[in-house]
Design a protein around this ligand. Structure first.
Ligand SMILES: NC(=O)c1ccc[n+]([C@@H]2O[C@H](COP(=O)([O-])OP(=O)(O)OC[C@H]3O[C@@H](n4cnc5c(N)ncnc54)[C@H](OP(=O)(O)O)[C@@H]3O)[C@@H](O)[C@H]2O)c1
Length: 357
């Protein structure tokens, strides 16, 4: 009897023509995910396009409910509206959806998972699994190191987010504004409310009634759910900056027990996928330009927060590639975990050994 982990799975990428979808295809290939068929889906606008996948020309098909027939795992990255309608349709057909949008993240019946933080939550999925927002994704593995050792009381995060977090149109807009500036032409603004070139916009997504933006509030709620700390006190200011790839975050944490920067460095370095880069003497700290293209989360500038009494405050800087660990890589890592643990099928349709019941 062949082991489940060697079965060539049928995998679909929904949003295959987008910034995240394209990265998903690359990461599936790089990590040699065991797929027998890769189905590329997007909107009707892209149907008929051909994408070169490792030398094989694959057609882009329209994402319809029927397109999921025979698909084992679908990686969705086509916005919340598409996920709301198509993810349940896919799940009804026996497909397990790993969704990158905000559509399902806070649904109590849907696990929200970061591969190295709460992989066991995958076990109870019923066909839809949510991938966190990119700014949450790079934060929680680092916070996990502190939660487990000294407890966390309060977290304040200020983000410096790349335009690729908005998608392909925003990448084009920044590039267009840089070119226009260099050529002395007027800058065109359409994706963001203001010019993004040479600017810092303290608005990521729309404003909510409480004065926060949706992005800031996602980070608050998603961090609590993933870390299993429903009452954690979190505040965030999310800022869009003219960087193409990799989000940076200035983080201040108030811990329950005292902690030194030296101990924090050791704790952070022990978290899988986290790399400490911290040597002020040589100006060594995480940089967006170096994190782009990597699957790791980089942390540095680790120091005692002088505004918190009793050695219970830490400040640090976290950087990661928002398209890779912040989206595509974590989605593929979740798919790998499902295969390895025998949890590809929804929990209700699985027997105790993990095979379809
Ligand atoms: N970028 C990030 O850092 C990041 C991180 C985490 C999560 N996400 C989430 O991932 C999603 C996509 O982001 P992105 O940056 O890849 O955006 P993008 O570059 O704008 O790409 C959007 C993709 O969605 C497809 N799409 C749009 N409407 C569709 C529909 N009705 N049916 C099927 N496919 C449709 C597009 O296909 P067409 O080419 O046919 O229009 C395209 O492939 C968003 O939900 C975003 O919130 C992004």
């Amino acid at each position: 009897m062949p082991s489940l982990s060697t079965k060539p799975w049928t995998v679909a990428v929904v949003g295959a023509t987008g910034a995240v979808g394209g990265t998903m295809i690359r990461v599936l290939l790089e990590r040699e995910f065991p797929f027998g068929e890769l189905r590329l889906l997007a909107s009707a606008r892209s149907a008929g396009r051909v994408v070169d996948v490792a030398g094989t020309k694959l057609p882009v098909l329209e994402a319809t409910p029927e397109a999921f027939e025979g698909v084992d795992i679908a990686l969705f990255s086509a916005g919340a509206d598409t996920s709301k309608t198509l993810a349940p349709a896919a799940a009804e057909r026996g497909t397990t959806v790993i969704d990158n949008s905000s559509a399902w993240r806070m649904d109590p019946a849907v696990p929200l998972v970061v591969s190295q933080v709460n992989p066991d939550d995958l076990e109870w999925h019923e066909g839809i699994i949510a991938n966190p927002n990119c700014s949450t994704m790079q934060l929680v593995p680092v916070l996990m190191g502190l939660r487990d050792a000294v407890g966390i009381e309060r977290v304040i995060v200020d983000t410096y987010q790349a335009v690729s977090g908005t998608g392909g149109r925003a990448i084009d807009e920044l590039q267009g504004q840089l070119s226009a500036h260099a050529e002395g032409r007027p800058l065109e603004v359409s994706v963001y409310p203001h010019q993004i070139a040479f600017n810092a916009l303290p608005q990521v997504d729309v404003f909510l009634d409480n004065g926060y933006t949706k992005e800031e509030w996602k980070l608050v709620n998603e961090s609590r759910k993933i870390l299993h700390l429903p009452d954690l006190r979190v505040s965030c200011t999310a800022v869009r900056i003219p960087v193409f790839v990799a989000h940076s975050e200035a983080v201040h944490v108030e811990t329950r027990e005292p902690i030194t920067p030296e101990r924090a460095r050791t704790l952070f370095a022990a978290v899988p996928g986290v790399v400490v880069q911290d040597d002020p003497a040589t100006s060594t700290y995480p940089l967006a330009t170096e994190a782009a293209g990597s699957d790791d989360i980089f942390v540095g500038r680790i120091r005692q927060d002088a505004s918190v009494d009793g050695g219970r405050g830490l400040a640090f800087w976290v950087v990661s590639d928002n398209l890779r660990k912040g989206a595509a890589t974590n989605a593929v890592q979740l798919a790998e975990l499902l295969v390895d643990r025998g949890w590809v099928r929804a929990a209700a349709t699985r027997d105790a050994a993990g095979s379809p019941a």
